[in-house]
Structures are given as C-alpha cells and as structure tokens.
Design a protein around this ligand. Structure first.
Ligand code: COA
Ligand code: MG
Length: 290
C-alpha cells in the first residue's frame, strides 16, 4: 500500500468520504482520534461500516486501529469488529515483536468464531510510539505471518519521552524522532515487511507533505500514513514508481539475464552487482502490485 488514511471511527460522515478518496487503505480508528467515552459507539459504527463497505467494488483495503494492549480495550475492540471481516488490524504502541505474536493468536480465535479463514486478517504495527518500542524495533522478524507493514508515530513518542518539540525551526525532525524513524525502517526491512512513513499533521501544507514524502521514498519507505483526504493524491504520486524508474529497473534485470546471471557486470561504464539486481527486482514487484 502506498497511502493509508486514518479516519476517526465514530464519524460516519468521514468514513463514507474515505471510500472514494483514492487511498489504497483506510485505517478506521478506534484509538487516539476517538474520545474515551465514545469507544463503544465507534466500535459499532466501524463494524456497521465494514459490513456495508465490504461489497463495494474497487474499494480500498480496510484496516481497523484497535486500542493498545495496556488499555484493556483490545479484546472488546476485536470482538466488535472481526465480524465485519476487516482486511487488517493496526496495533498501536507495539512494544515488541511478542505483542504482534500475541495479537496473531487473538485474531486466530476471532477468525474461528466468525467463520473466517485462518490468517486472512493482516497486521500493521506501529512500533516506535514509546521508548521501549523504539529500542525493540528489531524484534519483529517471524513475529507473525500476518505482519505486513510497520510504521512509527511522533506524537505518542514525544508524550512518552516528555519531549517538548518534535521538529527544528526549519521543519527537520530532532534527533529523537529521526532515530525512531530510522529504527522503523530498519525494523521493517529486518522483518521483511513494508516500511510506512508516519503522518504529516499539517494537512494544509501540500509542499511540506510532498517534500516529506520524497525524503521518505528516497530513504526506502514505500508508503505513508495520511490524516486528510487531500493528502492521498500526493502520497500516491510520490510512492508510485515512475515509468522511467520501471524501465531502468527492467533494464538492470534484463542485463543480468542476458549476461547469464553473473555476480557483477558493467553497463554503460557503471558497475552493477547483486544489490543492484535485488533493488531492481524489488521495484518491479512493487510496481506490479500497484
Ligand atoms: N477521512 C475522511 N474524510 C475526512 C478526513 C478523513 N481523515 N478528514 C477530513 N475529512 C473530510 C471532512 O469531513 C470534510 O468533509 P465535508 O467537505 O463533507 O465537510 C472534508 O474532508 C474537508 O475537511 P476539512 O474541513 O479540511 O478538515 P476538518 O477540519 O473537517 O478535519 C481533521 C480536520 C484533522 C480533524 C480531520 O482531517 C481528521 O479527522 N483526520 C483524521 C484524524 C485521525 O484519525 N487521527 C488519528 C491518527 S494520527
Ligand atoms: Mg497515537
């Protein structure tokens, strides 16, 4: 997925609006965008939305963000929404790969209770929203076959640490957040799952969003979370490999196969070795999925 748009789970109006905004995935939120006294209502609104949206043709994928394990709300969230057959669940404030393993086991039970195939519900984990989680970003390998992507979150991390600012005056994240961002990227690759960059909260600043998307893409992220429908087009554009990128990648793959798949070869005065081939193949796989 290139773009994943958060929608407060208690807003029927925004949920309806999300369906045709072009996002690859909607993150129907039961967590931080829903007030504590509205959790019950959000659960039933999201469950109803899932049931009605499931048959919409060409719809985005639908994930539900449940509440973190330490809230005591997780089980009831899952019980309420699994009947609606979401494509996936977002686990916030994940502290360790073991949290994902635990969620995997819970999902298996709810899938069985709802006559769903074992393993159909995927997981997106937000892994660096706490100090502990940030330090454990490397623990997600083999945590669950359901784990598809990881992302990070600056707002909760700043609350956990007590950091009073997240960015320098010129817009760059301070070291703490750059560290969490890089930990997420490394953790994703180590686990063999997709790295998704976090939200850009200033939703009227399109240039700022574009810049942050490009930086993320150049660093190796392959998608980004969104909070507003207006952000989706920009994100999709930046994270869609261009025709030129695809042609270049195809040329690298072709050159290796024409040369009998060697370890290294020279093309137009440039050395190409196995990492170049791997990178080209990954890009072609990603382009094909889109
Ligand atoms: N999903 C779907 N629709 C959305 C939306 C979203 N995330 N954000 C805004 N919209 C809709 C609005 O309802 C509005 O619809 P309308 O034109 O029919 O009235 C339209 O898009 C324009 O919205 P706008 O007036 O620009 O923004 P707003 O002030 O209504 O909302 C936010 C701003 C930040 C409250 C809103 O974007 C939002 O709720 N974002 C998601 C927050 C979230 O889930 N956070 C948790 C993860 S960090
Ligand atoms: Mg949060």
């Amino acid at each position: 997925m290139r773009s994943a748009l958060f929608i407060p789970g208690d807003s029927e109006k925004k949920l309806a609006k999300g369906l045709d905004c072009g996002a690859d995935c909607l993150l129907l939120d039961l967590e931080d965008s829903v007030a504590p006294n509205n959790k019950e209502e959000a659960r039933s609104t999201v469950a109803d939305f899932l049931r009605s949206a499931n048959d919409v043709p060409d719809r985005p994928r639908l994930f539900v963000r449940i509440n973190a394990f330490d809230t005591g709300l997780t089980e009831d969230d899952l019980a309420a929404v699994l009947a609606g057959k979401p494509d996936g669940v977002v686990l916030p404030k994940s502290q360790h790969g073991q949290d994902v393993t635990k969620l995997d086991a819970q999902l298996r039970v709810h899938e069985a209770q709802n006559q769903l195939d074992d393993g159909v519900t995927r997981i997106l984990a937000i892994i660096t929203e706490t100090a502990v989680g940030t330090l454990n970003a490397g623990t997600y390998k083999r945590s669950s076959k359901r784990l598809e992507a990881v992302s990070w979150g600056a707002e909760d991390l700043s609350a956990d640490i007590g950091a009073v600012r997240r960015r320098h005056e010129d817009g760059r994240y301070t070291d703490l957040f750059r560290y969490a961002r890089v930990q997420t990227l490394l953790g994703a690759v180590a686990a063999g799952v997709q790295p998704l960059d976090t939200v850009f909260t200033d939703f009227r600043d399109e240039d700022g969003l574009k810049k942050e998307c490009r930086e993320a893409m150049l660093d190796g992220f392959t998608g980004k979370l969104a909070i507003h429908p207006a952000q989706v087009g920009v994100i999709n554009e930046v994270f869609t490999p261009s025709a030129e990128d695809i042609a270049k990648a195809q040329a690298v793959v072709d050159a290796f196969s024409a040369a009998g798949n060697p370890g290294v070869l020279g093309v137009d005065g440039e050395m190409l070795d196995r990492p170049h081939l791997r990178k080209a193949q990954n890009l072609l796989v990603r382009a094909k999925k889109i």
